[in-house]
Design a binder for this molecule. Structure first.
Ligand code: MN
Ligand code: MN
Length: 475
């Protein structure tokens, strides 16, 4: 110790280095980390669509004492500190509240993430027979690289509303005994022309047709016999007919469960971790809250991947209306100004993923400003494209407070930015909440292979996201 040079001492005091989570955790914390990630994998496997995610969140919340806002309104229950309330928005998005000691007007501590993920949706008239194959037409959802979705086992997750109004959930391709579905690709031997195309054109959107069947119905007098055989199987199994597809919502996602990645099991490979990694960690964080000072809110919204539009997205009035309902239940006399104050005085972590540094693609990432998977929860001051366009640019005063919350609670964190300047970019739900006057900063988990059928997260970051979100609610 006595041999530490002056320069070294000065360096330690003045300069900064990001920490790696694995290097700072003791054995008991490591055990906690791995246990949490087992729960995370289970959540991922049960939540492969926004509908399934909503269902799973409500199930876990209900087990932890949350009651529905509908019940609270109907029974005219007055919200008191520690009361746990959820609101279900059309089975596709959900919000959880843990009522704080302070009045709602003082503001809330909100963490907002999104439940939707890039995928292929079936078109509304998807079924067609060609050359003795039965295929399904798709229209992709969100930002995908189309070539990644061919020759991959796929599963179908959907909801069908029958003509009698009955609603049925259908999942095919997840159970090991289930069949799976595929989109074909050209063999290299005959791919001369395809291989000369740009990567964005090698597989076309209209080419993402799903191989669904090939046995003809045993009646030579009719045409489209494979189609009839498939319809017959679907009808026998689910009681549905072709017209039911016109009003159904079917999502095609990679088949199978999340897996540990790496010989040291340090990472997780799974579909839809953007943004279910933030969904799970913020859910866990709010489930662990008892009576917070400020009301704690976990928002899980839909349609982020297509621009936060529609009545289940962050742009919808659902959340604002929920706050109005709570103020209406809490106060003798309802006033709109209380709702506005509650919103404007709130703090937000916009919990979303971003690109971790990838040694395979250093050319698009600024090493000093890219988050590294394994270096903890990541704060992102701004997103956007071409000169921060479309970004929520968080205020320095607010950033300083978040930094202190993390440092005071032994949360390993890092600062991050999405890629090199002018290399592309993206956005989140941050700017929508900022419109209310809330303080908002993006704060989430870096991934590798974002938006690919399988994305990679570090278990260390999952753990630190949970700790960071929990500390935010407890401040
Ligand atoms: Mn996202
Ligand atoms: Mn995304």
């Amino acid at each position: 110790m006595e041999n530490i040079s002056m320069g070294r001492k000065l360096q330690e005091r003045l300069s900064h280095k990001w920490r790696n989570v694995w290097e700072v955790l003791d054995d008991s914390k490591r055990e906690e980390l791995f246990d949490l990630n087992e729960e995370y994998k289970d959540f991922l496997d049960k939540s492969k669509t926004e509908r399934e995610g909503t269902k799973e969140i409500i199930k876990l919340a209900s087990e932890n004492g949350f009651i529905s806002i509908d019940e609270v309104i109907e029974r005219k229950i007055r919200p008191v500190p520690g009361m746990k309330i959820y609101g279900n928005n059309k089975d596709k998005s959900v919000v959880l509240f843990v009522i704080g000691k302070e009045k709602l007007e003082k503001g809330m501590n909100i963490i907002g993430s999104h439940l939707d993920a890039p995928r292929l949706d079936l078109k509304q008239y998807p079924i067609y027979e060609e050359d003795n194959f039965l295929l399904l037409k798709t229209h992709y959802y969100g930002g995908i690289k189309k070539y990644q979705w061919v020759t991959l086992p796929l599963a179908l997750h959907g909801v069908v509303i029958k003509s009698n109004g009955e609603k049925i959930d259908i999942v095919i391709g997840e159970d090991e005994k289930d069949p799976v579905f595929f989109i074909t690709d050209l063999l290299p031997h005959l791919a001369k022309d395809q291989m000369e195309k740009k990567m964005s054109e090698g597989i076309s959107g209209e080419g993402l047709n799903i191989l669904f069947g090939s046995i003809p119905y045993n009646d030579k007098d009719i045409s489209e016999r494979v189609k009839l055989n498939v319809l017959n199987i679907l009808n026998e199994r689910y009681g549905i007919v072709e017209e039911d597809f016109t009003t159904a919502e079917f999502e095609v996602v990679p088949s199978g469960k999340s897996r540990d990645v790496g010989i040291d099991r340090s990472m997780i490979g799974a579909y839809g971790q953007d943004d279910r990694v933030c969904v799970f960690t913020s859910l866990k964080a709010i489930l662990d809250i008892e009576v917070p000072t400020k009301t704690a809110v976990a928002l899980f919204v839909d349609k982020e991947e297509i621009g936060s539009v529609g009545n289940t997205s962050m742009e919808s009035k659902f959340f604002e209306n929920m706050v109005s309902e709570l103020i209406n239940l809490s106060e003798e006399e309802y006033s709109e100004i209380m709702v506005k104050r509650a919103l404007a005085n709130s703090w937000v972590l916009s919990a979303d993923t971003l690109a971790g540094f990838d040694p395979n693609y250093p050319e698009v990432l600024d090493k000093n400003n890219s988050p590294f998977i394994g270096n903890g929860i990541t704060i992102v001051k701004y997103t956007g494209v071409r000169g921060k366009g479309g970004s929520n640019d968080a205020n320095s005063e607010y950033l300083g407070k978040i930094r202190n919350i993390f440092n005071d609670n032994e949360v390993v964190w890092q600062m991050g930015e999405l890629g090199k300047v002018d290399q592309g970019g993206g956005g989140t739900i941050a700017y929508i909440l900022a419109n209310y006057g809330m303080e908002v900063v993006d704060c989430g988990v870096p991934l590798l292979s974002v938006h690919a059928p399988y994305e990679i997260a570090s278990k260390a970051d999952v753990y630190m996201a949970y700790r960071g979100y929990n500390a935010f609610y407890r401040q």
